[in-house]
Design a protein around this ligand. Structure first.
Ligand code: 5GP
Ligand code: ZN
Length: 138
């Protein structure tokens, strides 16, 4: 637990949140600043900075709950699909440094989109990148 962490405070019930799911290890609550109806944050009860620090079993549990919530949003909110996203480190847009996954229900015609410009590989670069990652993952 971290004294200053806003999600730890929600977990300790020191701050209010609209909790949609809770078990011994994981809590999920509505995002205070939603990008779509039902936008939910899935958070391990133990404090980890982000996915890099979280043990694999915690990462797995959080994603299993994210799946349940996405399906529930399709069943009861009229969502037709959902995105599961985690921002890891500042450069990736992380603002709250307690590992969490966003479940973003998607609705027909919601016009949400990633502001992606695309990355163009230079000649031979894609092969080099795939090789480097493949080596690192062996
Ligand atoms: P990040 O950019 O770190 O992945 O996302 C943090 C998310 O936490 C943001 O979408 C933000 O709206 C949400 N958030 C920040 N503070 C609170 C809070 O006190 N309560 C709730 N429910 N959500 C919060
Ligand atoms: Zn925390």
């Amino acid at each position: 637990m971290s004294e200053e962490c806003v999600f730890c405070k929600i977990i300790k019930k020191e701050l209010p949140a609209r909790v949609v799911y809770e078990d011994d290890n994981v809590i999920a609550f509505l995002d205070i600043n939603p990008v779509s109806k039902g936008h939910t944050l899935v958070v391990p009860k133990k404090h980890y900075r982000n996915m890099v620090d979280a043990p694999d079993e915690v990462v797995a549990k959080v994603h299993i709950v994210a799946k349940k919530i996405g399906i529930a949003a399709m069943e009861v909110l009229g969502a037709k699909g959902f995105n599961v996203i985690s921002n890891n480190e500042k450069v990736a847009g992380q603002e709250v440094f307690h590992f969490h996954v966003h479940v973003i229900p998607r609705y027909t015609g919601d016009e949400l989109h990633y502001d992606v410009k695309g990355y163009k590989y230079t000649e031979g670069e894609a092969d080099e990148v795939a090789k480097k990652l493949n080596e690192a993952l062996k």
